[in-house]
Design a protein around this ligand. Sequence first.
Ligand SMILES: [Cu+2]
Length: 320
Amino acid sequence: MAKRQPSHGSGHAGHPKEGGGHGGKRPHGHHPPPYHDPDYSRPPEHPHEPPPNPRYPDERIYGSYASKRPPVYVPHPFDHSCFKPRKEDYKPPKTCEEPKPDLCVRKDHRALTTDEQNRFLNAYTQANAMGALGPLVDIHSNAAHQPHGNPRFLPWHRIYLLRLEELLMMVDPSVCIPYWKSSEEQAFPSWLLGFTPTVNLASGPHTVTRNIGAFATLPDATDVTAVMANATFNPFGSALEGVDNSGHVWVGGTMQSILTAPCDPVFWMHHAEIDRIWSVWQASHAGQNPPLAGAAAVMDPWSETEVDTRDIGALGYSYA
Ligand SMILES: [Cu+2]
């Protein structure tokens, strides 16, 4: 079972138990991060149990967590005297030339217009107000999915980001997740500073906090170049997860705990950058894929497999 879990209940402040002490060096700062050093030397045993939570309505977003189906649709009886179709009930018939949905183009957040920033914040706020964000954060807390410290890290978070993007696009189809190129920027996205939503988690409401720069150094371009220099997947993925971890600890507060990190919108922008770096590396390392098989290759609670995660174009998005 899961070897490395966050200490449950200690939302933000506490130091977690150190998992295995695998002697991985910690180049960024001396503060032991709640995000453990990745250890890719041991392939994950992945029992793939169905998760126990019954409160998720939408299977597309919550995968196998979704135990509730929408109520059966009862059609309006045709002989009902009051029934009159309205103009807005009309849906044009589908044709064979139905256009494919547009690719989501994820942009550097510095390239967003003020309108695009506002649309992202609004969609995030609305998804949260609908109660849809909390359950998605709770999926990240469940160590049964083994999303950290092993080769599932990159493919699992690739699907995880897509699920948030789909949620945001239900509110506003123009919204994609922007990426935060922290290695180059060396600063927190200023337009997010005042945005600290409260998210309802299974453990109760959590309000986003940050403690920027207090506990780590943000990886820089040299660190990313070193990551990119890896020729095979496991050392690459492990090094990139290390860069991810340092970003979490650098932002601090909510971002510092696996249990709460995805409440902060910067989590998704940080992971979009990690995902973008992976996609760039993939382009020049054909055939170097996460060594996952069987249940470990299924990105539960969703049905996508590792093979499905290899091509971001096939998944419906790209990076600008
Ligand atoms: Cu994560």
